[in-house]
Design a protein around this ligand. Structure first.
Ligand code: NSS
Length: 436
């Protein structure tokens, strides 16, 4: 389908669709230079870039004059004949018969070799860059692939609240805000509300922003991230991991199929993603500690893994790996079910992405006994009264159940091989930044 009025997509031209035809492209000037009576303009339309040659004796003096004065990021519409030309970037060129300037840009503030801070200040303009455009396309595919998988498997998408009366994950990283004379919290997770919904819908999922007041300035933490969470009745810790490996594999397959060009541009070989299929290795926390010791690391059993440990555990892997059954001391969430075979540990799993990227999913089977939940809340200094409604769920037809949270930007960072998680989101929020 063409987007109207003879306008075609640049990606279609680069795909060889319009050779020797007259077409119109519209977009923004990516690069432009003139040499005597020819202007070479590279135009970007969000699907690709193509070089247009605008010749004085073809388009006329006035149009030529305009073209030669046009600055980068001006919006334009160019009509011309598509020609194969191996000297042109992308192998095709548009020989212009008409050049129309829609809006003349002011001198664009972003030029080569600018600091990361400057680019973050100009993020509203930097989102036009090839890298961020590719990342956003990949992210969109990953999300639609996930929805497709849930839909196919009979999960129901639900819409949990973002404003909440209690912290879902732990008091230390919750953002509070004034709520008509009371304090409300921004959701760190939808989990507790999803748990309420499995009693009628069985298997539910949601995609929401989650907020964490984490001061940690690491390449994998944001204060606002997109959280894809699922919760299902009748599923135990191992069944939960079956879900994750199928879902993540499906997302990898679809993106490898649909976004080859973007992935290659980001330095990710799509065949690596095609090879990601179930099952993924499942090791226990204790196995992981042994691996760290074997690699010469000084690590105490009972501590949580951070960026460094997870990098060491996964740097040589090509597929994701589960680490399960963490000690209570490392993964303290009050809702995780105690491991009946070893009560110092809980029935949980983290999925670690390969190549050093580390945790992308946090998951567990849920505690179903109210007295245990209350003990755990008290141990952690929380007031069980604030969780009254949640505790109710274990009074009326409690069932074994499990759930998980996928940090979408963590997945994007791994798939797109990004150094920093902030490039997995168009407008990153970190401890030092919530503008633009
Ligand atoms: O804290 S988690 O490990 N688990 C939960 O929130 C559960 N309540 C989810 C659930 O079972 N429904 O967070 C889940 C994932 C984690 O593995 C990361 O991939 C991501 O959420 N996550 C983050 N991404 C980016 N930035 C930050 N700060 C962040 N925190 C967690």
């Amino acid at each position: 389908m063409e987007p109207g009025d003879g306008v075609v997509l640049i990606s279609d031209i680069l795909g060889g669709e319009h050779v020797e035809k007259d077409v119109t492209v519209r977009g923004w000037i990516y690069r432009i230079r003139s040499s005597g009576s020819i202007v070479f303009a590279v135009v970007r339309d969000g699907t690709g870039n193509i070089q247009a040659t605008i010749k004085k004796n073809v388009v006329g003096d006035e149009e030529f004059e305009k073209a030669s004065q046009t600055l980068v990021e001006s919006s334009v519409k160019i009509t011309g004949t598509v020609a194969e030309d191996e000297r042109a970037p992308g192998g095709y060129e548009l020989k212009a018969s008409n050049f129309s300037l829609i809006h003349m840009a002011e001198p664009f503030p972003i030029t080569k070799d600018q600091s990361e801070e400057f680019l973050l200040d100009k993020r509203h303009l930097w989102v036009r860059s090839q890298k961020l455009t590719s990342v956003m396309r990949v992210k969109a595919t990953l999300l639609s692939a996930a929805r497709e998988w849930f839909e196919k498997e009979g999960w129901v998408e639900v819409t949990p609240p973002i404003l909440s009366a209690s912290a879902g994950e732990g008091g230390s990283t919750v953002f509070g805000l004034k709520y008509f004379g009371k304090t409300a919290f921004l959701a760190q997770t939808a989990q507790l509300h999803l748990e309420a919904l499995i009693f009628s819908l069985d298997k539910v999922y949601s995609l929401t922003p989650s907020f964490r007041a984490e001061k940690s300035r690491t390449p994998r933490h944001l204060t606002e991230f997109w959280h894809l969470e699922g919760e299902a009745a009748w599923v135990d810790n191992e069944g939960n991991m079956d879900v994750h490996e199928q879902l993540i594999s499906h997302m990898c397959q679809v993106v490898a199929e649909k976004n080859k060009a973007q992935l290659r541009e980001l330095g990710r070989d799509p065949t690596i993603l095609e090879a990601i299929t179930p099952p993924f290795d499942r090791i226990t926390y204790s196995d992981a500690v042994d691996m760290l010791h074997d690699k010469g690391m000084d690590f105490t059993w009972g501590d949580d893994f951070g960026t460094v440990e997870e990098r060491l555990l996964t740097e040589d892997l090509v597929s994701p790996m589960f680490v399960k059954n963490y000690p209570k001391s490392a993964k303290a969430a009050f809702y995780m079910k105690e491991n009946p075979d070893d009560t110092t540990t809980v029935l949980c799993s983290d999925l670690l992405a390969p190549e050093g990227y580390g945790e992308i999913i946090g998951a567990s089977e849920r505690e179903v006994e109210n007295h245990t939940l209350i003990d755990r809340l008290l141990e952690q200094g929380a007031d069980p009264d604030n969780y009254e409604w949640y505790l109710d769920l274990r009074k009326y037809g409690s069932v074994p159940h499990s759930g998980f949270g996928i940090g979408i930007e963590r997945v994007v960072r791994w798939i797109c091989r990004l150094d920093h998680i902030r490039d997995a989101v168009p407008f990153p929020r970190t401890p030092s930044r919530f503008y633009p």
